[in-house]
Design a protein around this ligand. Structure first.
Ligand code: HEM
Ligand code: NAG
Ligand code: NAG
Ligand code: NAG
Ligand code: NAG
Ligand code: NAG
Length: 504
C-alpha cells in the first residue's frame, strides 16, 4: 500500500555548496509535522528514533544489553504508568516530573521515561505531548488499537499541588475520588486499571511491601512480578487470569502476600467483580475498543484551560525537508509548480509506519527557481493518489540557509538569504529563537525564548544577499533549537537546529 509518499527537497539553484538549502516548510505545521513523524515513521528509511524504545514490547531502554534484558522492567509499561499518574494528578502537564525526579532513581518509570523523552522536547513538542504519545505508541505497538492522538498539552513550570498517584495501600474510595476528578466513574476506572495492568509488573525494587525479595533473580534483577503471563502484550489476559485464577491470577496487586497491598483485588471486588466479568465476556476486539476509548480519555485529561488540537493522522503525502537551496537529482509521481511539471521516482530504501506497517516511499525532487516563476505552491499527484497542493513561500522572500546555520549545544548562529534586488531592509527581519534547557528539580526541559536582530554582511552571491544573527543560550540545550524568521509579525520561515539523538 504505497499510501504515504514523503517528498524531499524542493531546491533552488543557490550555489551555496554542500546540500545547501533554506526555507524549511513544515506541513501542515511544525508541531503536527514533527509529532506525525514520531507517531508514524517507525522503521526503515528515515525512521524517527522514538518507537524503537518500545519494540520489542518487552524492551527496557533505560539500560542496554544484558542488564536491560535481565532488569525485569518494561519501557512500554512505564510509559503508560507515567501517563496515568499525570492524568489523575490534575491532568497531563509533566508536573509529575517535579515530584519524582531523583537522579539516583534509575529504575523508576518516571525518571526512565523522562530521560528518554527529553531530547525530543523543543518549542513545538512538549514533554506532556510526549507522555501522551508514549501511551498511544505502547498500546498500539504492543497489540492494542490506535488511540487517536491530539497534541497541544502544555508543560507545567512547577509541581502540582494535587498530588496522589494511587499507592497499593490507598483505599478504594480515595482512589475512586482521584479518578473521579479526572472524569472516570467506577466502572470506567476498574476497566482502565485492568487495561493498564495488562502491561508490565510490580517490582520488589520500589514496592518491597507488595512483592517479596524472592522475585529478585539474576535474570530479574529488579524483582518484577508480572500482572499477567504476557507483560509485553497489550491483551485481555490479565482479566482472564484474574477471573479464571490461572497464570498470574491478576498480578501482585491481587495476590500480594501483604493483604494491605492488594489494591487491585479491592478495586475489582468493589462492584462484586461485575466490571471484570463483563470485560471477561467481551471479544478481544471489544476489549481493545474499550481500552482504547478509556486510555484515549486518560491521555486527553489535561488541566483546565489547555486546548487540544486536531487529531494527528498519517499523511498520505507529506512533503518533508522542503527547502529553497542548491540543486541535484529528479524523475514517477508527478509534481508541478507554476509551469513546471516533473515525474518523481522513489528512493530505493523504504520506511515503514507504525500503522499497519505499510511502507513509506521517499521521492526526492528539485526544481530550478527559474522554472517556478511566481508560484506559491506545488502539487503532487499520481496513480491512485489524491492530488494535493502544498504552499511554499514566494521565491525571493527571505529564508534561512541551513548550510550556513548551526548549533553548538549552547548557542545557535544562523544566516538568512534574501534576493539582492528585493530592496528589502534587513533591519525589518527578526528571528525568534526557542531553546529547550534543563530546569531544576525535573527532567522535563523548559523552553527559553529570545528575539534576535540580524546584521547585514558583505556576502552577495547568485543574486542573494546574506545577513547573520546568533544567540548564546549560556547553558547546554537538551534538544533542538527552533528559529522562526519574521518580518513585521509575519512568519517567513522555520529552521530546527541540533536535534542530537532525537535525530529529526
Ligand atoms: C488503583 C489504581 C492503581 C494502583 C494502586 C496502581 C498501582 C501500581 C503499582 C504499585 C505498580 C507497580 C510499579 C512498579 O513496580 O514499577 C503499578 C504498575 C503499573 N500500572 Fe498501575 N495502579 C493503578 C492504576 C493504573 C492505571 C489506571 C493504569 C493505566 C492505565 C496503570 C498502569 C500501570 C502500568 C502499565 C504498570 C506497569 C509499570 C511497569 O511495569 O513498570 N495503573 N501500578
Ligand atoms: C504491607 O503494606 C503496607 C502498605 O503498603 C505497609 O505499610 C506494610 O508495612 C506492609 N507489610 C509488610 C509485612 O510488608
Ligand atoms: C472476585 O473474583 C476473584 C477472582 O476470581 C475471586 O477470588 C473473588 O472471590 C471474587 N469476589 C467476589 C466478591 O465475587
Ligand atoms: C491502482 O489501483 C488499481 C486498482 O486497485 C491497481 O490495479 C493498480 O495497479 C494501481 N496502480 C498503482 C500504480 O498502484
Ligand atoms: C532590535 O531592533 C529593534 C528595532 O530596531 C530595537 O528596538 C531593539 O532594541 C533591537 N534589539 C536588540 C537585542 O538589539
Ligand atoms: C537514536 O537514539 C540513540 C539513543 O537513544 C542514539 O544513540 C542514536 O544516535 C540516535 N540515532 C539518530 C539517528 O539520531
Amino acid at each position: 500500500m504505497p499510501l504515504r509518499s514523503s517528498i524531499l527537497l524542493l531546491l533552488l539553484p543557490l550555489l551555496l555548496g554542500g546540500n545547501g538549502g533554506g526555507a524549511m516548510f513544515f506541513y501542515p505545521s511544525p508541531q503536527a509535522a514533527l509529532l506525525e513523524h514520531l507517531l508514524i515513521d517507525h522503521g526503515g528509511a528515515r525512521a524517527a528514533n522514538f518507537s524503537a524504545a518500545v519494540s520489542p514490547c518487552t524492551n527496557y531502554v533505560t539500560e542496554v544489553g544484558e542488564p536491560s534484558r535481565n532488569s525485569g522492567r518494561t519501557t512500554a509499561a512505564q510509559w503508560l504508568r507515567v501517563a496515568e499518574a499525570g492524568a489523575i494528578t490534575g491532568g497531563i502537564d509533566a508536573s509529575i516530573g517535579f515530584e519524582t525526579a531523583r537522579a539516583e532513581n534509575k529504575g523508576s518509570a518516571f525518571d526512565g521515561s523522562f530521560t528518554f523523552w527529553r531530547p525530543f522536547v523543543n518549542e513545538y513538542v512538549s514533554m506532556s505531548d510526549l507522555i501522551a504519545l508514549g501511551t498511544v505508541m505502547s498500546v498500539h505497538l504492543c497489540g492494542g488499537k490506535a488511540i487517536p492522538y491530539r497534541p497541544g498539552r502544555i508543560d507545567a513550570l512547577h509541581a502540582d499541588p494535587t498530588t496522589g498517584v494511587p499507592e497499593p495501600e490507598t483505599g478504594v474510595d480515595e482512589t475512586l475520588e482521584e479518578f473521579g476528578r479526572a472524569g472516570f466513574n467506577k466502572q470506567d476506572f476498574i476497566a482502565l486499571t485492568a487495561c493498564g495492568h495488562s502491561l508490565g509488573s510490580v517490582h520488589h525494587g520500589g514496592f518491597p511491601e507488595v512483592v517479596g525479595p524472592g522475585a529478585v533473580t539474576p535474570t530479574n534483577t529488579n524483582g518484577g512480578s508480572n500482572f499477567d503471563s504476557t507483560r509485553g502484550a497489550f491483551d485481555p489476559l490479565v482479566v482472564h487470569e484474574y477471573i479464571d485464577s490461572t497464570g498470574s491470577r491478576g498480578g501482585p496487586l491481587v495476590t500480594s502476600f501483604n493483604e494491605t497491598a492488594r489494591s487491585d483485588l479491592r478495586l475489582y471486588e468493589s462492584d462484586g467483580n461485575q466490571t471484570m466479568r463483563s470485560l471477561y465476556d467481551m471479544t478481544t476486539e471489544a476489549f481493545q475498543d474499550t481500552c482504547a476509548e478509556l486510555l484515549g480519555r486518560m491521555i486527553d485529561t489535561v488541566p483546565s484551560g489547555v486546548q487540544l488540537r486536531d487529531t494527528i493522522t498519517p499523511m498520505a503525502i507529506k512533503p518533508i525537508n522542503v527547502l529553497w537551496g542548491a540543486p541535484t537529482i529528479p524523475k514517477v509521481v508527478t509534481l508541478s509548480s507554476g509551469n513546471f511539471v516533473t515525474s518523481l521516482r522513489p528512493e530505493p530504501e523504504k520506511g515503514c509506519t507504525a500503522y499497519g506497517m505499510s511502507n513509506t516511499y521517499f521521492y526526492p525532487f528539485s526544481i530550478p527557481s527559474s522554472a517556478i516563476g511566481d508560484a506559491t505552491s506545488f502539487a503532487v499527484s499520481g496513480d491512485n493518489m489524491t492530488a494535493q497542493t502544498f504552499p511554499i513561500s514566494r521565491a525571493g522572500r527571505p529564508f534561512f540557509v541551513p548550510s550556513m546555520s548551526s548549533a553548538t549545544g549552547i548557542s545557535a548562529s544562523f544566516t538568512v538569504a534574501s534576493a539582492a534586488d528585493s530592496g528589502l531592509e534587513e533591519e525589518v527581519l527578526v528571528v525568534q529563537v526557542a531553546a529547550p534547557i534543563e530546569q531544576p528539580l525535573t527532567l522535563a526541559p523548559k523552553i527559553v525564548t529570545a528575539t534576535v536582530n540580524l546584521t547585514t554582511t558583505d556576502d552577495t552571491r547568485s543574486g542573494f544577499r546574506f545577513c547573520k544573527g546568533s544567540y548564546d543560550v549560556h547553558q547546554q540545550v537538551t534538544g533542538a533549537i527552533s528559529l522562526t524568521l519574521t518580518q513585521a509579525g509575519e512568519t517567513l520561515d522555520h529552521l530546527l537546529l541540533g536535534a542530537g539523538v532525537a535525530g529529526w
